[in-house]
Design a protein around this ligand. Sequence first.
Ligand code: PEP
Ligand code: MN
Length: 341
Amino acid sequence: MIIILGAQATDQQVDDVIERIESLGLQAHLSRGTYRTVIGVIGDEDKISAAPFEAIPGVVQVVPVLPPFKLASSEAHPKPSIVATGNAKFGGGHLGLIAGPCAVETEAQMDAIGRAVSEAGASVLRGGAFKPRTSPYAFQGLAEEGLKILADTGKKYGMPVVTEVLDPRHIELIDRYADMFQIGARNMQNFVLLTEVGRAQKPVLLKRGMSATVKDLLMSAEYILSQGNPHVILCERGVKGFDSLTRNLFDVAAVPAIKSMSHLPVVVDPSHATGRPDFIPACALAGVAAGADGVHIEVHNAPAEALSDGPQALLPEQYAQLADQLREMFELVNKNTPKTL
Ligand code: PEP
Ligand code: MN
């Protein structure tokens, strides 16, 4: 950390800062200029960041040198991480394809969609059993009944399953049926929930909050990682924009931005990002071209009858065509990237 004092800082104030640094068992490296005095702090980052140096008189700026998301950062872990479940792998040269309906509705619906997406080569089956709806009167999901249907369908087609967890009280139940927890956009900063899924030690698909920065997303991942759960996949699913043409604003630059800072795999979700089946293929391909390790897409066999997010669902045949294109794009982008195990 670097502590900067202004031109008006007195010798006493400089000494106070140094004394404070040394009292924490750290070393201070002083450099005096005409307009600024710079003090470099050497030692344990945790002790440094806990001390409110900004509040000391004379200090004008405190600049951290390490990112606050140390476990999520590529500095802590230079090689890309791979998150695996069943036969699915995300990261390190592996493309993971998550597909399925927004919500689990019936056995027949899940069977039709599960069969179609497995034939299309998707590696993880999705389906919500607890749905975060804007209206309390909208379909809220089938709860345990939905989890059972999802798990049975996944088994039948040999696919691991992912489903959203809304409440820490549901973790134990969901853990019995799902292979991966999804933390939705609305809960990205539910720190109690993040801590609890961190303890559960199962892969977590962490979706970016609709008004969250990329750094906020990495700090939320840090909550999970700090519980000893390294299996975190980040998901760009669009942020609030000003144009109602698309449901959200797909932030494709978030993919290389995350990759420049973190070792964690990144997935794009063009379904929630655009809300438009006609825009999903282009944005999915753009996500992979930008370096995504996976793609999350909602698929429904009868979108007009879907109980949630029907208008944004791809039909199974549209998904099958797109999945082929995504694999081709991934091959092209990663042809010089050696696959890691
Ligand atoms: C979902 O995946 O169906 C969902 C609700 O996603 P998000 O949290 O990104 O809105
Ligand atoms: Mn949805």
